[in-house]
Write a protein that binds this ligand. Structure first.
Ligand SMILES: [Zn+2]
Length: 260
């Protein structure tokens, strides 16, 4: 005869065994049947936050190009175009009002049209292209004209020598008010056109190339009318860094004068 107490202990041991075996499955190293949320089917898997911290994207420092076909090309008094008589292959007419019929590289032309349209829509005012792409031979004439009127030293603060003009890249445009007010003068900065461009051109991929106070770096006087297309992404990065010249942005030496 098995005493009641022994039968109770046997039953308790059997129960414990069941619990232990069960716990090996449910409580031990084996994964639970419910997987983490991120592995479960979901209609918006991209919105599920990652459980571990993710390193922020590393910003790659911009590098200036010497290739005039590149949007990151920098042309200044120490960085002539190569070749000197470079001509972009994809210049197109820019469909905006103008003082001189404007041509730019296609991407810059499209951005210019969009920028002018936005300006007119937002302000009810107009502006025009004063000068855009200029060939090497055109720059020969333009520079000679400035030398004749201001002498070489004066001309060099205003106009690039042939082979050194950003206008020859097909990525630069001079903009003026329509009707004309302060055309190619520092007071253009105070016009509605000049103020709107200073605040909004970056949105369309343009940067002010020759800012006030920038002469020791750029070699040119303040030109609130001269904008250089670098593309929307680079312009946004340029603005985010707080750079005021392309030389500063790319970490290039100042170029106040031509090499001897
Ligand atoms: Zn210009």
């Amino acid at each position: 005869m098995v005493p009641q107490i022994l039968r109770s202990r046997a039953l308790a041991a059997a129960t414990l065994a069941v619990v232990v075996v069960g716990c090996l499955v449910a409580c031990g190293g084996a994964p639970p049947t419910a997987k983490p949320t991120r592995e479960s089917p979901s209609s918006t898997p991209a919105e599920t936050p990652e459980p571990s911290p993710v390193a922020p994207p590393v910003r790659v420092a911009p590098v200036a190009s010497s290739d005039p076909n590149d949007l990151s090309v920098v042309v200044n008094k120490l960085r002539p175009l190569t070749p000197a008589d470079y001509a972009p292959a994809d210049v197109v007419e820019v469909a905006v009002p103008y003082a001189n019929q404007p041509f730019l590289r296609r991407e810059a032309a499209d951005a210019t049209v969009a920028m002018f349209a936005a300006f007119e829509a937002q302000t009810g005012l107009k502006m025009q292209a004063q000068s855009a792409y200029r060939s090497y031979s055109t720059q020969v004439s333009v520079y000679a004209g400035w030398v004749a009127s201001k002498g070489q030293a004066g001309a060099d603060l205003t106009s690039a020598r042939p082979g050194h003009s950003e206008h020859q890249t097909g990525l630069a445009i001079d903009i003026s008010a329509l009707p004309a007010v302060c055309t190619l003068q520092a007071c253009f900065a105070d016009t509605p056109q000049g103020q709107w461009l200073a605040a909004n051109a970056v949105t369309y991929g343009f940067v002010l190339r020759y800012p006030a106070g920038g002469t020791p770096v750029t070699g040119y006087e303040f030109e609130p009318w001269h904008y250089r297309y670098v593309g929307v992404a680079m312009a946004a990065d340029y603005a985010a860094t707080g750079a005021t010249t392309l030389e500063q942005y790319f970490g290039l030496p100042a170029a106040p004068t031509y090499a001897p």
